[in-house]
Design a protein around this ligand. Structure first.
Ligand code: ZN
Length: 331
């Protein structure tokens, strides 16, 4: 407790605020400044600590009375120990026992009110699930595969055992959070046919809290990378294939890639651009089944950009035989 600080201002409530107003203000401010939503923002971290400190005093009737009394001048001017969290206050001649913040855990406080938000259902408290996003190659999403995921895993601080304290001061390892992070690797199995945005839950690989006897889960979010030539629409795969004018007119057998390797495809005579040839069962598997989508070969008739004189002469001759009313249906 530090009467030099204005805890009311920190929580954004008037000095006469009710317990309910303080509770609501704390909930709002703690969410806003929580380290989880302000990763890497040191000033947010500091504000989060202040908000917690303010709440710890103002939400406790006895501490609040002491604090108000100190601010009103009852305080005789003893030295402050301006240490971390303002916990070690030694007022001149006043008892100090009730003023110490003691060992509180930010996560506990936050966890408490987040749980209370619900409908009374209290899930087992094992810490928060950890979410990590990974980019996965197109073909690994289609065929399935194994992928190593690296992530930062929050764990109970080994230095202070999660209390956030080292004697009278904040723990120098976790800066009072009671939690540190370690670099972890875990292998995940990507199911064949996984969709962009799919999640894989790895049990007990999330936040590990020694005090709570367990760990939450790791949630891996899969993001599919695009492929140089395959496109995916649901469980179907599309492939754009250029063909020559002569192939389009007379038909042809051409080789095209599929996710299973190359196959021969028959282009029927008289194929215009945009025609789709279906390769049944060459698409994406439906996870957990033997079903697969199809691959569609989308034909594109390619014409030369800078044809030779000879080519143009032949095209002129060809034009004499072409249908003249291709766009007649617009009349
Ligand atoms: Zn620590």
């Amino acid at each position: 407790m530090d009467p030099k600080k204005n805890y009311y201002e920190i929580l954004g409530v008037p000095e006469g605020a009710t317990a309910e107003e303080i509770r609501k203000a704390f909930r709002r401010m703690a969410k806003k400044h929580h380290p989880d939503v302000n990763a890497g923002d040191k000033s947010a971290e500091a504000r989060f600590k202040e908000v917690n400190e303010a709440n710890e005093v103002l939400s406790d009737k006895k501490k609040r009375e002491e604090y108000d009394a100190l601010r009103k001048g009852a305080f005789t001017g003893g030295p402050f120990d301006g240490g971390w969290g303002g916990e070690a206050f030694r007022g001149g001649g006043r008892p100090t026992g009730g003023f110490r913040s003691g060992t509180f855990d930010f996560e506990d406080i936050l966890g408490q009110f987040l749980r209370n938000e619900g409908t009374g259902f209290t899930p087992p408290d094992r810490g928060e699930d950890v979410r990590v996003e990974v980019s996965v190659d197109f073909l690994d999403m289609v065929r399935g595969g194994v992928r190593e995921v690296r992530y930062r895993r929050p764990k109970t601080c080994p230095e202070c055992g999660g209390t956030g304290r080292a004697g009278r001061r904040g723990c120098p390892v976790c800066f009072g959070h009671g939690v540190t992070e370690t670099e972890e690797r875990v292998k995940i199995k990507i199911p064949a046919g996984a969709r962009d945005g799919a999640t894989i839950r790895v049990p007990s690989k999330g936040e590990e809290r020694a005090s709570r006897g367990g760990a939450s889960d790791l949630i891996v979010v899969l993001h599919m990378l695009s492929h140089p030539y395959f496109r995916r629409e649901g469980n179907d795969i599309l492939l754009d294939v250029p063909i020559r004018y002569s192939e389009a007119v007379k038909g042809a057998k051409i080789q095209v890639p599929t996710v299973d390797g190359p196959v021969m495809v028959t282009v029927p005579p008289g194929s215009s651009s945009g025609r789709k040839l279906r390769l049944k069962g060459k698409g994406v598997p439906t996870p957990g089944t033997v079903e697969r989508g199809d691959q569609f070969v989308v034909l594109h008739v390619a014409v030369p950009k800078s044809p030779s004189e000879e080519f143009l002469k032949l095209v002129d001759r060809l034009a004499q035989y072409e249908e003249s009313d291709l766009r007649g249906h617009w009349d």
